[in-house]
Design a protein around this ligand. Structure first.
Ligand code: PMP
Length: 425
């Protein structure tokens, strides 16, 4: 469909045909859901052997009785697992509880209320502090800033990562910008992997930023590749070491989408100064993490290579779902300007941009036809997509057949909304 050169009669014919198709689908009473960025039950079952793996052996190789209190930074074995996941030396890693989002919240509130480098460094000593948010991005990051009253500033995502010219210019001009959210690999939701140049420029941001600047590097999809020749993410740890800015980046990861989501182990990797600053505040909140679960995970992945082999099994389950989404998008929009997307090689999402002003309408049309999509705007700070064009597609939970059926409806809704827009113009 090439709308730009179409006559009014042609547009009307398309509108009638698409509406008829849409009404027929509506009458089918479908009930499909592309909203949930969660592992499917089939994926979760890959890790069921975690349950009972300890067989009453609670002592780690390093001699820690995991049943007892203590060990704020996590067990050495769990921190070594963090090293495999994050590519940062275990000495710089803390293994925590079940959620990296909780760790991000704790680091944000620590920096905000108490300061990571002593009380004088607390962000709330200054009025009107801000955070850079590459958009579209992860809504739960934005909710943390919103709750703390930290003003969010959008910066566009490109196919190489955040627009670094924009980020650097903003930071240079405004010392109240205290940090930036990043999902550097298979970004939620665009699926983009940050380029080496972008990683290097992010490592250098602290040199132009005001005091206390922190990048929240949420590497939630660090090893969640769909193809064997997966794109490599450059090491931000090495880049900050080279730049002399190791204090400016806080790295996060978890096993949530590796083992059991909600019952995994989360990790923080940071410089000694940040780890010490955080531990002072964390030690008031807790005596230590769930080390028994940490031991279960260390045992589950004890054999070298087992983590990669496990991730390949996830990929085998997820890949056909992603292929179905991409096939439908390519067929419907590969040769026209009705939509744009990045073809993700991993992660949990595909992000689709409609023509300007149509995302809400497409989501509503799909909903009325029985296909639930994430609300338009959810991928932007304050729920506001200035272009009203971004829609996040999450294909992991439904079966391949359900993804296929849902995507047929999705492309139909995009076409219908686009033709109606062209007719109204
Ligand atoms: N970060 C990103 C980018 C995510 O997509 C998610 C899950 N949707 C999380 C963090 C949550 O991770 P956790 O389960 O470790 O809290």
């Amino acid at each position: 469909m090439q709308l730009a050169n179409a006559s009014r009669e042609q547009l009307q014919q398309w509108e009638q045909a698409l509406s008829a198709e849409y009404n027929a689908i509506k009458a089918e009473g479908l009930n499909l859901d592309l909203t949930r960025g969660k592992p499917s039950a089939e994926q979760l079952s890959l890790s069921d052997a975690l349950d009972g793996i300890l067989q009453h052996n609670y002592i780690t190789d390093s001699g820690i009785d995991t049943r007892n209190y203590g060990g704020l930074e996590g067990t050495p074995e769990a921190r070594a697992l963090g090293e495999q996941l994050m590519g940062v030396p275990a000495a710089q890693i803390m293994a925590g509880g079940n959620s990296s989002l909780t760790l991000m919240y704790q680091l944000m509130t620590t920096a905000f209320f108490f300061g990571l480098e002593g009380a004088d460094s607390a962000w709330n000593k200054e009025e009107g502090i801000k955070f850079l948010c590459p958009v579209p991005g992860y809504d739960r990051h934005f909710s943390i800033c919103e709750q703390l009253g930290i003003e969010m500033v959008n910066i566009p995502m490109t196919s190489n990562g955040p627009d670094m010219d924009a980020a650097e210019a903003l930071i240079k001009a405004d010392s109240s910008i205290k940090g930036m959210w990043c999902v550097p690999k298979y970004s939620n939701p665009t699926g983009v992997v940050y380029s080496k140049d972008v990683v290097k420029r992010i490592a250098n941001l602290a040199k132009i930023a005001g005091k206390g600047f922190r990048v929240f590097w949420d590497n939630a999809y660090a090893i969640h590749d769909l193809s064997e020749n997966a794109p490599q993410l450059a090491s931000i740890w090495e880049a900050t070491k080279a730049a002399g800015t190791t204090d400016s980046v806080l790295q996060f990861a978890s096993t949530s989408k590796i083992t059991h989501a909600g019952a995994g182990v989360a990790f923080l990797a940071a410089s000694d100064a940040n780890l010490n600053g955080f531990k002072k505040v964390l030690g008031i909140q807790t005596i230590g993490p769930d080390k028994i679960n940490q031991l279960r995970h260390a045992k589950f992945f004890a054999v070298p290579g087992s983590l990669n082999a496990h991730m390949q099994k996830h990929a085998e389950i997820i890949k056909p779902r992603f292929e179905s989404v991409l096939k439908h998008l390519e067929e419907a929009f590969g040769d026209n300007a009705l939509g744009q997307w990045e073809s993700a090689d991993g992660g949990y999402f595909i992000s689709f941009d409609t023509q300007e002003g149509l995302a809400k309408k497409v989501v509503a049309l799909a909903g009325q036809a029985g296909v639930k999509l994430t609300p338009a705007g959810a991928t932007f700070p304050y729920g506001k997509d200035p272009q009203d064009s971004n829609i996040r597609i999450a294909p992991t939970v439904p079966s391949v057949e359900q993804v296929d059926a849902a995507m047929k409806v999705f492309v139909l809704c995009v076409k219908l909304a686009s033709v109606q827009k062209a007719l109204a113009a």
